[in-house]
Every structure is written in structure tokens, then in C-alpha cells.
Write a protein that binds this ligand. Structure first.
Ligand code: TGC
Ligand code: FAD
Length: 397
């Protein structure tokens, strides 16, 4: 019987179109560093953590050391000062290990450090960013509410001006990193109904973060609620430079970009495992990779991965030039996550019964991608964003 011990990472990258040539030497160096770290630290333990539905908290230090927290944030604020393609490559390599690990880094970088850097004042930047960049503090991002997911503009979480502080009430749901976060960037309406960002710190009275249990997806990522029951938030914790829904949506543009790259990592891992398995597994006296139906699956997988790589690279170039539109990012996120989920399902077929076990990463990737295709805007919401972009007609409402 074909067997493989859990955690043994034989991943080899496949680059059918020599996409590597589009990258700089620095990009390739970053990729090798993160890839080696994932092989050494993530792959040996991730299946066990996912099976137990536990977040591998001990990986936070290593994530910070490989530059996964705030890659595009300037060095003086504790980031890496890298370009967006570097950011994408880091997300790709982390998600090759597990979408939950990439999630932790996405949230910290794009959804916590990015808004504090972009919408915060100098004192807020200096107070929070270096500690978030080093992983000393971990952050979460609260936009979604129990009754407002795809339509965040309807949020009911709100705050009142009480003179020397703001009084925050409401709740957020489905929040990555919530159970262990030290700070949360929370989006809430002021008395005039304008959406604003507040930094809420663990320890503030009335602020709790109950964990969400029973997930079949992203099991190695901690998800929870953010509950605000008359929380007194100091006035200096209001982000002064972001007003309206476009402020949180601006953060999503950065995170969705990272996911467009990240999904390629999960797809590559599934493809690599399926290719190797198809050459080793013998049925009817020959490797299953010798049957046309298996080759069709593998050929289509590498075709779709290649197209996704080119899409991600191009949107990376546009992002570096500050020209990427939200609709272009939506297209890349939607296409690449759907591609990865489809490849995970096909790879599962190639592995036969072994594909449902934790001896291979396939089922874990597949289940993770069911969250990835929903969060940061669902598959259909991104389709409607593209639809509105090409027709000029809003079909959301
Ligand atoms: P709409 O009127 O279209 O837009 C309001 C304002 O925002 C601007 N805008 C954007 N700005 C920057 N980046 C973007 N991506 C933007 N999209 C829109 C827009 O121009 C407008 O500006 P202005 O100046 O006119 O005010 O707003 P709407 O209420 O009609 O909603 C549109 C819609 C449905 C596309 C949007 O609300 C949406 O994207 N919904 C999906 C919600 C979502 O993605 N939630 C994600 C929550 S965070 C998360 O899932 C983290 S998971 C992390 C992990 O674990 O990895
Ligand atoms: P709904 O909005 O209720 O959508 C349900 C279905 O209706 C979907 O198929 C959707 O496409 C469809 N639909 C909705 N509106 C329309 C329309 N106008 N036209 C056509 N179809 C429509 N949020 C955060 O703020 N921070 C986080 O850190 C975070 N982490 C998450 C982690 C996980 C594991 C998960 C699962 C979610 C996370 N989310 C987070 C929430 C996530 O962003 C939402 O789940 C997502 O935006 C969808 O919202 P919803 O689940 O309420 O679905």
C-alpha cells in the first residue's frame, strides 16, 4: 500500500511557464526563506493541530521572523518595507502550508497593521505597529456582524461620545484571531452613522472574545466573536484618517490581493501531491498517472495554476504601481480561490481513499478553501463586483 507519514513534506514547486523569470532575485530569496520555514516548522505539526482544532500559537514568533507580519509596512514602524509581489509570495508560501496560517498573517498585516498605518496618527503608529510587526501583540479585524456579512454598511455596532471617552456597544462575528488577539481594529458607527475604526485593547472592561467552535474548515485558525458591552474606549484610540465604508474596504483590497496569491500555494500543494501519488500508485499493473483520465486532471490543474500565477503577478505589478482597482483585485481573488478549490477536489479524486485521510494535505486544503471562498467577500459578491465594473449597473441591491 502507498503510505506516507503525517507531516513529511516532499513538496517540489512546479513552474510550467518559467514564471520565476518574472520575479526578482529578492523575491526568489524571500520565497525560499518562507518555503524552508514552512517545511521545517508548519508541515510537521499542522495536520495534528487541524485535527485537534487548535491554533499553533508557538508559530507566531517564526511568522514574525520570516517577515510575514507587515511585509509592506515601512521598516521604521516594524514592517519589512517590501513590495506587494513580495507580500503575495509570502502569502503563497504560507498557504502552501495551511490557509489558517496564512489567515493569521493576512489579518495581522492587511487588516490590523495596514489600517493603523494608513488611517492612524503618528502616536498610534508608534504605539502599535512595532509590537504587531514583531508578533509581541496579535491583532484581529472586526467588520462582520451576525446580521451583516456581505452587507457591512448595515452594521449596528456603534459608539457614543461621552466627553473624555467613547462608549462602544455591539458585536462582531466570525473574527479570525479573536480568541487570542491583544488588540482589535473594530469598525463601528458614530452618532451621525458614519463608519469609523477604533483600536480596542484586551483588558478593556466589557470587551470579550468568545471562541467559535465546531468548524470543519480552517481548524488550525482560531475564530471568534468580539463582544462590546459598554466598553469605554479612550478617545486617542479612534483612527482619525479613515471615514465611511471605504476605509475597511480599503483594508480588504490589500487582504484580498494576498489571498489571490495565497490560494495558489494551496493549489500547488494539492497538485504536487497528486502528481507524485499518480506516478507511485499502481492499479491495473501501471501507474494511475498513465491513464488518460488522470492525465486530464493533472494537465488541467497545471494549466489553471499557471493562469492564476500570471493573474496574481500582473495584479501585483499594478498594486506596486498603485494602479490596481478593487474590481481587478476581486477578479484575482475569486478566480484563484475557485481554481484552488477545484484543484483540491480533483486531487482528492486522484488520491482515492487515501485522499480523505490526514496522511495527505488534500482534504485539509479543500476544507480550508471553503472558508477562503467565503471570507473577504464571497465568490458571488466578487462576481457582482466584476459585473458592476463591466456594466456600470449595481446588481447588489
Ligand atoms: P459601495 O457604495 O460600493 O462602497 C462604499 C465606498 O467604498 C468604496 N469601495 C472601496 N474602497 C476601497 N477598496 C475597495 N475594495 C472598495 N470597494 C468599494 C466605494 O468606492 C465607496 O466609496 P465612496 O467614496 O463612494 O464612499 O458599498 P456597498 O455598501 O454598496 O457594498 C459594496 C460591497 C457589497 C461590494 C461591499 O460591501 C463588500 O465588499 N462586501 C463584502 C464584505 C466583505 O468582504 N467582508 C469581509 C470581512 S473581513 C474578512 O472576511 C476577513 S477574513 C481574513 C482571514 O482570516 O484571512
Ligand atoms: P451572507 O452575507 O449572509 O451570504 C450568504 C449567501 O448569500 C452567500 O452565498 C452570498 O454570496 C449570498 N449573497 C449575499 N448578498 C447577496 C447579493 N446581494 N446578491 C447575491 N448573493 C448574495 N469577518 C471579519 O470581519 N473579520 C474576520 O477576521 C473574518 N474572519 C472569518 C473567518 C472565517 C473562518 C469565516 C468563515 C468568515 C470570516 N469573516 C470575517 C466573515 C466573512 O467575511 C463573512 O462570512 C463573509 O463576508 C460572508 O458573510 P456571511 O457569512 O454573513 O454570508
Amino acid at each position: 500500500m502507498h503510505t506516507k507519514s503525517v507531516g513529511q513534506d516532499k513538496f517540489q514547486a512546479h513552474d510550467h511557464y518559467w514564471v520565476d523569470e518574472l520575479l526578482t532575485e529578492e523575491h526568489r530569496l524571500i520565497r525560499e526563506t518562507v518555503r524552508a520555514w514552512v517545511k521545517r516548522e508548519v508541515s510537521p505539526v499542522i495536520e495534528d493541530y487541524a485535527q485537534r482544532a487548535a491554533f499553533p500559537k508557538h508559530l507566531i514568533k517564526g511568522l514574525a521572523e520570516v517577515g510575514a507580519f507587515g511585509p509592506t509596512i515601512p521598516v521604521q514602524y516594524g514592517g519589512q518595507g517590501l513590495d506587494y509581489i513580495s507580500y503575495g509570495i509570502i502569502m503563497q508560501e504560507l498557504e502552501r502550508g495551511d490557509s489558517g496560517i496564512r489567515s493569521t498573517a493576512s489579518v495581522q498585516s492587511s487588516l490590523v497593521m495596514y489600517p493603523i498605518y494608513t488611517y492612524g496618527n503618528e502616536a498610534q503608529r508608534m504605539k502599535y505597529l512595532p509590537k504587531l510587526g514583531s508578533g509581541e501583540w496579535m491583532g484581529s479585524f472586526g467588520l462582520t456582524e451576525p446580521n451583516h456579512g456581505s452587507n457591512p454598511s448595515g452594521m449596528t455596532t456603534h459608539f457614543e461620545d461621552k466627553g473624555d471617552h467613547y462608549l462602544l456597544n455591539g458585536s462582531k462575528m466570525w473574527i479570525s484571531n479573536a480568541p487570542f488577539c491583544d488588540v482589535a481594529v473594530v469598525w463601528a458607527k458614530d452618532e451621525a452613522g458614519v463608519i469609523r475604526g477604533l483600536v480596542v485593547e484586551r483588558g478593556m472592561e466589557g470587551f470579550t472574545t468568545p471562541e467559535t467552535h465546531g468548524k470543519w474548515s480552517l481548524r488550525a485558525s482560531a475564530t471568534g466573536e468580539l463582544v462590546f458591552d459598554n466598553v469605554r474606549v479612550p478617545k486617542e484610540n479612534l483612527l482619525p484618517n479613515g471615514k465611511g465604508l471605504k476605509a475597511p474596504l480599503g483594508c480588504l483590497s490589500s487582504a484580498r490581493f494576498g489571498i489571490a496569491w495565497g490560494a495558489i500555494g494551496a493549489a500547488m500543494d494539492c497538485y504536487d501531491s497528486a502528481l507524485r501519488y499518480s506516478l507511485e500508485r499502481i492499479q491495473f499493473d501501471k501507474p494511475i498517472g498513465g491513464f488518460q483520465l488522470t492525465q486530464k486532471k493533472l494537465a488541467e490543474m497545471i494549466t489553471e495554476i499557471t493562469k492564476a500565477q500570471l493573474l496574481a503577478w500582473r495584479v501585483g505589478v499594478l498594486k506596486n504601481e498603485d494602479r490596481a482597482t478593487p474590481a481587478q483585485i476581486s477578479m484575482a481573488k475569486r478566480n484563484n480561490v475557485d481554481m484552488a478549490l477545484h484543484i483540491a477536489r480533483e486531487a482528492r479524486q486522484i488520491h482515492g481513499g487515501m485522499g480523505i485521510t490526514g496522511e495527505y494535505p488534500i482534504m485539509r486544503h479543500m476544507m480550508n478553501l471553503e472558508s477562503v471562498i467565503t471570507y473577504e467577500g464571497t465568490h458571488d459578491i466578487h462576481l457582482l463586483i466584476t459585473g458592476m465594473d463591466v456594466t456600470g449597473i449595481n446588481a447588489f441591491k
